[in-house]
Ligand binder design. Structure first.
Ligand code: G3P
Ligand code: MG
Length: 251
């Protein structure tokens, strides 16, 4: 495995946001299937903990927006979460699509050569526990794989806990605008990459981050003009909802 920091970026230049971007319910296996169908070789997803500490895919702290459930995800055990419908909110064709555990996603990704960026998305007060348990699960689920999952988070606490629990898994720090002290934060976290809002990144920042040998990913980039600009600035990877892009860019 080639580590990103200083020696290149082992992930492809495009990543499907929340599994299947705009074409499937977010953070579901239907999304990953769509990403593969559209020619993606990497995807991003959001992972948090159920009440019984199973690593599960969900963006929000609460269940209402993207599932048939109610209330805080962190209060529900996996058995209850698994019975919810996480697809109907987007369309009847996705009715019954379940909330997947990270283990289901690992099996799908490994069987389909889909690389994964796991965003650690802790519920309130669960930063360290989420970082530790998701990193341990990811290390076990991807053991022996050529390219490991990339762990990213806005939470420095979660990333530090992940570093202790699974030091060999690469980590990226997520931020909106790039702060002046980005280099010392990456150093402190032992991170290999910086993931930033593509609308807020400047060209000098991109140049400095790349000159320092870090991977650089921008989210969530959904227009071709921005994509072209960011690639020209040396950005390694764009996280996008536009599943039609691999073909568009090849053309
Ligand atoms: O990892 C990039 C992106 O997923 C961060 O934003 O809110 O979609 O998780 P969000
Ligand atoms: Mg995310």
């Amino acid at each position: 495995m080639t580590m990103p920091h200083g020696t290149g970026w082992p992930y492809p230049p495009l990543m499907a946001h929340r599994g299947g971007g705009a074409l499937a319910p977010e953070n579901t296996l239907a999304g990953f299937r769509a990403a593969v169908r559209y020619g993606f070789s990497a995807a991003e997803c959001d992972v948090k903990l159920s009440a019984d500490q199973i690593c599960v895919l969900m963006h929000d702290d609460t269940l209402e927006r993207t599932s048939s459930g109610h209330g805080a995800l962190a209060l529900q055990p996996m058995a209850g979460l698994a019975e919810l419908d996480a697809g109907s909110w987007l369309g009847v064709e996705f009715a019954g699509e379940p909330i997947p555990a990270l283990a289901n996603v690992a099996a799908y990704c490994r069987a389909n050569q889909l690389l994964l960026n796991i965003e650690l998305k802790p519920g309130p007060g669960q930063e360290a526990m989420t970082g530790r348990l998701v990193a341990q699960a990811a290390a076990r689920l991807w053991a022996g794989s050529e390219v490991p999952p990339l762990l990213s988070s806005f939470s420095r606490v979660a990333l530090l806990a992940a570093a202790t629990a699974a030091p060999d898994l690469p980590r990226a720090w997520l931020t909106e605008a790039v702060p002046d002290d980005w280099a010392s934060v990456l150093e402190q976290l032992g991170a290999v990459a910086l993931h930033v809002d593509g609308q807020l990144l400047t060209r000098p920042q991109a140049a400095a981050i790349k000159a320092a040998g870090y991977g650089l990913l921008c989210y969530t980039v959904n227009d071709l003009a921005s994509a072209q600009r960011l690639y020209q600035w040396g950005v390694d990877c764009l996280c996008t909802d536009r599943l039609d892009w691999p073909l568009a860019i090849r053309r």
